[in-house]
Design a protein around this ligand. Structure first.
Ligand code: HEM
Ligand code: HEM
Length: 341
């Protein structure tokens, strides 16, 4: 008997590619700071995600057949529900704006349900594996892939046009997908931090900034000394992965002034909470230790007494409550792409 390909196998494989692509580009969208890369990543993310919906009619035939079989369906059903929630929350964020329910934003729901869905997707694929066959790399597959890509792109373009024509908030989002909130008005700027951090309240009088080189203490700078040196003002856009952005004027001391000339290695900016980000030495002149936001000293929520201003980088690089800056020999890429603690 000749083994025949079970109908739907290629649909499932295409879904695997789309799902993986959507997950990877979602994280890339969080990683990139500014146009034009940000726009390209966000569009690709939307197109791949809408490609999943384009395949829904074909997948629903597979689902009906699968559900008729006598075996546990919990993983597949939970996965489907979480994926649907993630897609709905993603589209809500991109069209209707930065909506919140009970203090939780649509974007947070989107990302959390995407992560949970992808974990279940792994379990689903392990339970219902699909083999790749040599014949899959055919002209026919190439044409189908083109048709799928074209339809998903049209769906994305239609959704974007609808958002613009209907004057929905989504038409005003930045290339990263973030919405403007509180530019030039620090009191209206949201207070958010990486989900593992809480706001510590520090006494500026007791505050010291420690400078270290290759693990050795070099000097300590008091808050009063920093305030005297903080004469540089810079306008910079803080674009948070929580889905908002704001342009503010920050006052502080550029990091190259604090550190002096650097030869290689990297700069580690450390927070009192243990949160850390590593930067290439060439970035020192563009980075700034800020003591003021607008005309007022930095509030605890916004990272006071001292926070990093990192123009062109997403918010999670703008380390708050900085208590130590060190220079060591490790390269700047020797860190996790997203904070782990
Ligand atoms: C299975 C995985 C995922 C799917 C199916 C998915 C799906 C979607 C969809 C349908 C949209 C709306 C696109 C639009 O209308 O423009 C969207 C937007 C977005 N997603 Fe995802 N997503 C996934 C994972 C992620 C992850 C892991 C992240 C971040 C870590 C992420 C971040 C974003 C962001 C920032 C937007 C807004 C982009 C914009 O407004 O242009 N997504 N996603
Ligand atoms: C959009 C993503 C997907 C969703 C929402 C989804 C959902 C489902 C559901 C609800 C079922 C029926 C219940 C069951 O069999 O327990 C099912 C069946 C199945 N799925 Fe998926 N799935 C997705 C992607 C995938 C992927 C990526 C693969 C493998 C590469 C896959 C392979 C299968 C197979 C082989 C079946 C069984 C079909 C049968 O028994 O005839 N699915 N899927």
């Amino acid at each position: 008997m000749v083994a025949t390909s079970r109908p739907g196998r290629r649909t499932n494989l295409a879904l695997l590619v789309l799902l993986t692509g959507a997950f990877v580009t979602g994280w890339l969208a969080f990683a990139v700071g500014a146009a034009p890369g940000a726009r390209a990543v966000a569009v690709l993310h939307g197109v791949l995600a809408l490609g999943i919906l384009v395949l829904a009619p074909w997948k629903s035939a597979i689902v009906r057949r699968g559900l008729r079989r006598r075996r546990p369906h919990t993983v597949a059903v939970m996965f489907t529900l979480l994926l649907a929630l993630s897609i709905v929350a993603g589209v809500v964020h991109s069209t209707l704006g930065p909506l919140e329910v009970g203090g939780v934003s649509a974007l947070a729901v989107h990302v959390a349900s995407a992560v949970a869905a992808v974990l279940l997707a792994v379990a689903h694929v392990l339970r219902r594996p699909q083999r790749v066959r040599r014949g899959d790399l055919s002209r026919r597959t190439a044409l189908r892939t083109l048709a799928l890509g074209g339809t998903a792109t049209l769906a994305y373009a239609a959704l974007s046009s609808l958002t613009s024509v209907a004057g929905l908030p989504g038409a005003r989002r930045r290339e990263t997908g973030s919405y403007e909130m509180g530019s030039g008005d620090p009191s209206a700027m949201p207070v958010t931090q990486w989900f593992t951090d809480d706001v510590p309240v520090l006494d500026p009088a007791a505050y010291v900034l420690r400078i270290e080189r290759t693990g050795r203490p070099e000097r300590q700078v008091s808050h009063a000394e920093l305030l005297t040196a903080a004469t540089t003002t810079r306008a910079a856009v803080l674009d948070c992965t929580g889905g908002w952005w704001a342009e503010q004027t920050w006052r502080g001391v550029p990091l190259d002034v604090v550190l002096g000339p650097l030869a290689g290695g990297s700069i580690v900016v450390h927070s009192v909470t243990g949160y850390t980000r590593r930067f290439p030495p060439d970035d020192a002149a563009g980075l700034m230790l800020a003591t003021h936001l607008g005309d007022a000293p930095l509030s605890a929520g916004h990272g006071g007494p001292v926070r990093l201003v990192a123009p062109g980088r997403r918010g999670f690089w703008w380390v708050k409550w900085v208590d130590r800056v060190s220079v060591d020999d490790r390269p700047s890429w020797a860190q996790s792409p997203f904070p782990l603690q």
